[in-house]
Design a protein around this ligand. Structure first.
Ligand code: M6R
Length: 368
């Protein structure tokens, strides 16, 4: 099963092009998205009263949900909330049949997410599960299920399931927008083209970045703590990168919205402190991130920038720069996740950790 790979985590990181191809297959059509699994429920009027969307999940699945939130907001112009499953069970307001609740879970068995599903159903909310496990409890109990087709994920770290969840959320956003607001295919032509190209872009990213990240891990693995900063979708990605570094490398990693550092956390920046700066979004987000990078550089942090191949600015601002291919902004978190997954993997292996089964954790969490 491992083939030439030493660990499941590494194999699953490299499985991502196939996981994405399988997840997109048959769903991306000439001019839009077809989700056969949802069509019957839609036609039966299950979603007719929906006016608000709640995305609910735990851990890495929650981070994929945050990207789904941005996609749904952009395409549907609907209020969309994203909440940790463990919080949703206490912290929901005014739930009723106008709230569509989307639950993401790789395993389909996470107790927190299952409780959130029960809670949503108590209030009559229509529910969609996005899971990697056909026949799982969450998938059986939700009104409809969209499967991510990442294949079995055996390492505790969620890698290929995460990127497949993002792709599935984007398919769902386009499909729903097509139906709810009579979206013209031309309005999302760029996004559809980027989705078609995504598995190939992930392959290119793996080739471009693998050795460079291995070398970076050799000089950062012994750090006690580091920061990841970014704005917008780069901030969402920073959250996922921090979780991976904590879980697999046992490094205290914190994610910050880049503009927030100056409101308190900057006091922790000391000379040589590693800061991973994510600058993969374009326009004003990028420009403002550069200003925030200058602020941490001014305190002598060791800054590693991650950006796209088309950027020629970041290299002059940071100590090291890593380039990844460019795609649609909503899909940049898929490509930019790869260096962060690999960094956690390499740092964890250099530190002698059991990267497939990190201490104190389990793949499927069946207690709340
Ligand atoms: O199976 P689920 O997606 O519901 O699991 C949720 C989290 O426990 C999971 O994503 C966890 O955060 C990962 N081990 C992170 O890599």
């Amino acid at each position: 099963l491992l083939n030439e790979y030493e660990h499941y985590m590494r194999k699953e990181i490299f499985d991502q092009p196939k996981a994405l191809r399988d997840t997109l297959a048959g769903r991306l059509t000439e001019d839009g998205v077809e989700l056969a699994e949802l069509a019957a429920a839609w036609d039966a009027g299950l979603f007719a009263r929906v006016r608000k969307i709640d995305i609910v999940a735990s851990g890495t699945s929650y981070h994929a949900g945050l990207i789904g939130k941005k996609a749904l907001e952009q395409l549907l112009h609907f209020p969309v909330a994203a909440t940790y499953s463990s919080e949703f069970v206490h912290e929901h307001a005014n739930l009723d049949e106008t709230n569509l609740v989307i639950l993401l879970s790789q395993s389909g068995e996470t107790a927190d997410t299952l409780s959130a599903l029960r809670e949503a159903q108590k209030y009559g909310c229509p529910t969609i599960a996005i899971t990697n496990t056909a026949g799982s409890t969450i998938s059986r109990k939700a009104d409809c299920t969209l499967l991510t087709k990442a294949g079995p994920e055996l390492a505790v770290a969620s890698t290929k399931a995460y990127t497949a969840q993002i792709a599935t959320m984007l398919l769902l956003a386009v499909w729903t927008a097509q139906r709810m607001s009579s979206l013209q295919p031309t309005q999302v032509a760029d996004l559809l083209a980027a989705l078609r190209q995504l598995p190939t872009d992930v392959e290119s990213t793996l080739i471009m970045i693998d050795d460079a990240i291995d070398q970076l891990a050799q000089v950062t693995y012994d750090q006690e703590s580091l920061f990841l900063i970014g704005r917008g979708l780069d901030y969402v990605l920073a959250l996922e990168g921090a979780l991976k570094l904590q879980e697999i490398a046992y490094i205290h990693a914190d994610a910050y919205a880049a503009g927030e550092m100056k409101h308190g956390t900057m006091a922790l920046i000391t000379p040589g402190m590693p800061v991973i700066a994510l600058a993969t979004q374009t326009g004003s987000v990028f420009d403002k991130t550069i200003s925030n990078i200058r602020e941490v550089k001014a305190r002598d942090a060791f800054v590693v920038g991650i950006t796209t191949v088309s950027d020629d600015v970041l290299a002059d601002e940071v100590d090291e720069v890593m380039y990844i291919p460019e795609t649609h902004p909503l899909l940049m978190p898929v490509l930019a996740a790869i260096p962060l997954q690999l960094l956690a993997y390499y740092a964890g292996t250099v530190r002698g950790n059991d990267v497939d089964r990190p201490r104190n954790l389990a793949k499927s969490l069946t207690v709340e």
